[in-house]
Design a protein around this ligand. Sequence first.
Ligand code: NAP
Length: 257
Amino acid sequence: MMVSQGSATTRALILGGTSDANRLADATARAGIDAVYSYAGRTQSPVGQSLPIRTGGFGGVTGLIAFIRAEQITHVIDATHPFAAEMSRHAVAACAALKIPLIALERAPWTRVEGDRWIEVDNIDTAVAALPETPARVFLAIGRQHLAPFAAKPQHGYTLRFVDPPDGKLPLPDPDIIVSRGPFTLEGDLELMRTRNIAWVVARNSGGAGARAKIDAARALGLPVVMIARPALPERRRVESVEEVLAWLGHDARLGA
Ligand code: NAP
């Protein structure tokens, strides 16, 4: 069903790949808003959606513009991961070029609480530099495409956690690999860190509940966390809740509940 606002018809594009995007897709479908959900196509068995799905890169800003035109998209919702900066930049550029509205559904970053031993850094290279010289067991809770710089500190034993088993050789010496899809629990991550004698955690400041267990576990165990800050993005409208996105689309969230 399409939702009409005056004479205009809404057709939304949700840039997804996160649990927030999945919740938004559910709410959008329930509200009867016409929408398409887009996956980058990184994971082997992505979560099913109650909206039509398209998968794979668009082909840069030009490809995204062509898609938006061809699909007669009227609103774009960037619900990608806060570290998916390239997609977010492309969305800003494409929507500006087409003069169509864009909103980002982005969870707030985690903030330090009492007991946290964070070393805050700006990027992957400074995260590598923040690790000690003496060998330690490190839980490297970052995406697989960012592992290579840690090869500069091969003395550490790295534990990695992925949604899918790696399909090729990883750039780190003899990594300990866990294949598991979140959300993760405090008990589970405490167990992981205890049984593996983890002494350091490296994490990106993703925010949200599903990935925060490792931060809470590190605090409980008194472990240092090298916390990588989010990439800077161009100015855009940003909200933190699905309800705010629905309201922005001109829909009362209560009507679709
Ligand atoms: P990225 O570096 O910002 O994007 C690289 C390219 O992948 C984009 O230029 C685009 O290709 C394509 N792409 C990314 N997200 C897309 C989407 N939702 N639909 C269609 N194409 C997409 O992104 P990334 O960090 O590799 O993340 C890829 C996906 O995984 C995103 O959907 C993100 O939400 C999800 N994810 C990422 C992380 C993370 O830590 N980065 C964590 C959890 C989930 P074209 O230029 O060809 O259009």
